[in-house]
Design a protein around this ligand. Structure first.
Ligand SMILES: [Fe+2]
Ligand SMILES: [Fe+2]
Length: 312
């Protein structure tokens, strides 16, 4: 007796094996993946903006070289992920349009402004750090092209986190003003970084299905806990205070207890009303318009070359 396509899919998932583009998959699985991978791709390229803001004002050639490399990596992450999305039958044009029209989201964190150079360090430490917590389990996600893209991305993310931490460490060894800049930056980014894991589990309607399909491997709250536990000793080594009066070690649980982010603020940012939402999308739309002639010219060039081959 031959297994039905659905049984084959279920047994691949149950065996923690990968689903590949040529394999049959339920429509819901495909749609959930397109949504998640596209959101991830959009986050990578929108995330270039807050840090890109500081490239021309980097305090030294060395800092500039590091920041340029980091921001370019994020463009590369976007490209791997848009390509992974294309293997699911979505076109890149359609994904860009959905980003610009607000039909698809990107991580809420990139709607916060970068107000000082210390933010470059804090983003590397906390934002790339949270991204690593989210993304390491995705290396084992059930969809092959997504999982393989994540393996490459995670290697680069750990460099991003280290460059951020090293920048903050350098500033903390500096003047009192520099130390105050770091603390002020950590105060602004701590809560938005905790929001990066998404709403609490009891308010996250898609989590159960995504876990059953092996797309997601851990819940939002599990990942948030892991991130807090990881960050506390790092903050202590740095000499900064995390802005949460409820943060303390819980011997019984073997984890830190911590306060809740302002979930109303989170919902407002997700709905488009964060401090920089309009600016981020306007910048992307402008870049899309400015690049239109390049896309047009390369299509014409490709078409002409094809005609030449045909008439040979
Ligand atoms: Fe990235
Ligand atoms: Fe990164």
């Amino acid at each position: 007796m031959t297994a039905t396509l659905e049984e084959q899919f279920e047994s691949t998932i149950a065996g923690h094996d990968r689903i590949e583009p040529r394999d049959w998959m339920p429509e819901g699985y495909r749609k959930t993946l397109i949504r998640q991978v596209a959101q991830h791709a959009h986050s990578e390229i929108i995330g270039m903006q807050p840090e890109g803001n500081w490239i021309t004002r980097a305090p030294s050639l060395r800092r500039k070289a590091i920041l340029l490399a980091k921001v370019q990596d994020e463009a590369g992450h976007g490209l791997y992920l848009y390509s992974a999305c294309e293997t699911l039958g979505a076109s890149r044009r359609e994904l860009y349009d959905k980003l610009i029209n607000g039909q698809q989201k990107y991580s809420s964190i990139f709607n916060y402004p970068t107000l000082s150079y210390a933010d470059v360090g804090t983003i590397g430490w906390l934002v790339d750090g949270a991204a690593i917590c989210n993304q390491v389990p995705l290396c084992r996600t059930s969809y092959g092209p997504y999982g393989r893209a994540m393996i490459r991305i995670c290697k680069e993310e750990s460099f991003h986190q280290r460059q951020g931490y090293e920048l903050l460490m350098t500033m903390m060894r500096g003047t009192e003003e520099q130390q105050a800049m770091v603390q002020e930056s950590v105060d602004r980014f701590w809560w938005p970084a905790l929001m990066m894991f998404g709403p609490p589990d009891d308010q996250s309607p898609n989590t159960a299905q995504s876990m059953a399909w092996g797309i997601k491997r851990d819940t939002n709250d599990e990942l948030r806990q892991k991130f807090v536990d990881m960050s506390v000793p790092q903050a202590a080594a740095l000499g900064v205070t995390l802005p949460d009066p409820e943060l303390r070690w819980n011997e019984e649980r073997g984890h830190h207890d911590f306060g809740q982010p302002d979930w109303e603020e989170f919902m407002a940012v997700v709905k488009g009303n964060g401090p920089c939402n309009a600016q981020r999308i306007a910048h992307r739309r402008q870049a899309d318009e400015d690049g239109a002639w390049v896309r047009e010219a390369s299509m014409q060039f490709a078409a002409r070359n094809e005609r030449r081959v045909e008439t040979r």
